[in-house]
Design a protein around this ligand. Structure first.
Ligand SMILES: NC(=O)C1=CN([C@@H]2O[C@H](COP(=O)(O)OP(=O)(O)OC[C@H]3O[C@@H](n4cnc5c(N)ncnc54)[C@H](O)[C@@H]3O)[C@@H](O)[C@H]2O)[C@@H](O)CC1
Ligand SMILES: Nc1ncnc2c1ncn2[C@@H]1O[C@H](COP(=O)(O)OP(=O)(O)O)[C@@H](O)[C@H]1O
Ligand SMILES: [K+]
Length: 512
């Protein structure tokens, strides 16, 4: 998996490289500037053909330093470059000062309040105001500039953000301040690796295209780093050539009553498609006929109460459970959830099961390390109201509390894996290991926003756990497969289509 970093982790990597004598800060800044210019010409080849007008806005830190390098390089390319500085040049940090002085030998530096902003005033705006050091909301002349640019409706001009669009917190992808003011970029060029904020919250909608420039730093893997889930790096999902159905696990999916069995059937189909050897729907008596008419490979067993459930769970071959989709919120259902948790079996709790856990104070303590909770934002707020509140509060200072922080805190409290859904799905273990399944940028999967798609995801995770995968890798692989199936199908997809794409996705990643 690819790591994504917080600002502090990036600073630490930079610090280690500089301290070891491997590279200087000035060299890194030069490479960063070159990385941005190369990416601009790659993204917009037409800009490299003739001389153009660039407006470069430089902030008071090293992001501004990158801006001076970019200004110098564009000027060397024959461009008409105008540079605007926020703040006092005498207070720039050392490497930024060096590049400020280098630029000064080539051109003027004006103050930010005078920076062009109206339609037609430049071909390229370079946002080198704030990067990973953003500490508070934009204000003053920068805020005026950002608002004026947003109002200008200037389709002719491109905006490239250096490292991250100014106003966006690089740890959380949230905009600092209540006003949600942030530079809107068509291209963002970050360095070494992407930052967490490029993927979470509004990060991906603010950055435009995200490019990561190599600036020659070596990776410093660390347990605490957040990973991006990647199909190519999933654990093997192939079946053994010598297995039989039971060696691939038996998943039990509990269904709700008559007229609300669709969700459990979707989950059961998902579990079977990802390779569980057998999948049984546990069905209340009243829903038997309805379900029997609509299943083939999925099996069915009548389970009306805790006694019947316990009998089923006495079969040691049942290797994972899914409870929640369309399940219902009555006292029988609550008792069944309790009975399931007492078994300490691999269990996915989704939908109604999450609401039941939220409603019963004793339930959270019954969760265990083989559980996966799969809440969307509404369910998350029901389960962890204080954490959700912290995540909703408008952040005034950086780094802001993020969806990664929230999911880690929730997993620690619940003592199990939490998969917090969304285009930026975050998966965390109680020990704090965390990854993001990012259905954004080129991996966007907007057609997942359809009724029943979450049920299929719950089934995927259950099926993978039934096959013996541990909770966190099963949650990661399930989330990735889910989004990849939607990408493969494309527009027009409905929940029934998702699991149908599993064979194509498996083939593409070499599963056999
Ligand atoms: N870490 C690294 O390895 C590298 C960092 N580089 C650049 O350095 C940047 C980080 O530099 P810095 O740590 O100096 O941080 P920034 O340049 O992002 O900004 C920090 C400065 O802005 C001020 N500030 C923060 N928020 C403000 C606000 N809302 N209004 C007014 N002033 C505000 C701070 O007081 C500080 O002076 C990166 O984003 C990247 O562009 C690159 O040069 C390449 C290498
Ligand atoms: N715009 C989107 N981009 C990517 N994934 C999405 C998007 N909207 C929803 N999803 C995913 O679709 C699923 C929806 O689940 P959920 O909200 O529980 O819906 P339902 O209850 O109807 O099944 C989640 O896995 C979520 O991450
Ligand atoms: K920036």
């Amino acid at each position: 998996m690819t790591e994504i970093l917080t600002a502090a982790q990036m600073r630490a990597i930079e610090h280690i490289a500089i301290e070891s004598g491997e590279v200087t800060g000035l060299e890194l800044m030069e490479r960063a500037g070159k990385g941005v210019v190369d990416a601009v010409f790659m993204q917009w080849p037409e800009l490299s053909e003739t001389s153009r007008r660039a407006v470069v806005l430089c902030g008071p830190g090293n992001n501004g330093g990158d801006g001076f390098v970019i200004a110098r390089m564009l000027k060397a390319h024959g461009w008409d470059v105008r540079v605007y500085l926020l703040g006092d040049a005498s207070k720039l940090p050392p490497d930024a000062t060096t590049n400020f002085l280098r630029w000064q030998a080539l051109g003027d530096v004006e103050t930010i309040g005078d920076a062009p902003r109206l339609a037609g005033e430049a071909d390229l705006y370079v946002d080198a105001l704030f990067g990973t050091g953003l500490g508070r909301a934009l204000d003053g002349a920068v805020l005026d500039w950002v608002r004026d640019r947003a109002a200008a409706k200037d389709v002719g001009a491109k905006t490239v953000a250096v490292d991250i669009p100014s106003g966006l917190c690089s740890d959380s992808g949230r905009v600092l301040g209540a006003g949600a003011d942030v530079v809107s970029a068509q291209l963002t060029v970050s360095f070494h690796t992407a930052k967490i904020g490029h993927y979470l919250n509004v990060g991906s909608t603010t950055c435009g295209t995200l490019v990561v420039a190599d600036i020659g730093l070596t990776s410093q893997s660390h347990d605490g780093f957040v990973d991006i889930v990647e199909g190519a790096r999933l654990p093997s999902l192939s079946k053994s050539d010598h297995g039989h159905k039971f060696s691939n696990g038996h998943a039990l999916v509990l269904s709700g009553g008559a007229n609300r069995t669709g969700a459990a059937r979707l989950a059961a189909g998902g579990a079977l498609r990802v390779g569980a050897g057998l999948v049984t729907l546990g069905v209340p008596h009243e829903a038997r006929a309805e379900i029997a008419a609509q299943i083939t490979a999925v099996m069915m067993r009548e389970i009306d109460d805790v006694v019947a459930l316990d009998q089923m769970l006495d079969d040691p071959r049942v290797s994972a459970l899914c409870v929640g989709p369309g399940f219902g919120l009555g006292s029988t259902q609550a008792d069944m959830v309790r009975a399931i948790l007492a078994r300490k079996c691999a269990t996915v709790l989704d939908a109604d099961a999450l609401t039941l856990v939220a409603q019963m104070p004793d339930m959270i303590e019954r969760l265990h390390e083989r559980c996966v909770l799969t809440p969307h934002a509404g369910e998350f707020a029901r389960l962890f109201p204080d954490i959700a509140l912290a995540l909703e509060r408008a952040p005034t200072s950086g780094p802001a509390y993020s969806k990664v922080d929230a999911t880690r805190d929730a997993a620690a409290r619940a003592g199990c894996v939490v998969l917090f859904k969304g285009p930026d799905t975050v998966i965390a273990s109680p020990e704090g290991q965390c990854s993001v399944n990012a259905a954004v940028y080129a991996s966007a999967a907007p057609w997942l926003a359809t009724a029943g798609s979450g049920d299929v995801l719950a089934g995927f995770v259950t099926g993978l756990m039934a096959r013996g995968h541990a909770a966190k890798p099963a949650a990661e692989a399930g989330a990735w497969l889910h989004a990849e199936c939607a990408r493969v199908f494309g527009p027009g997809m409905i929940a029934e289509d998702i699991a149908e794409q599993v064979p194509a996705v498996f083939r593409a990643i070499g599963v056999r």
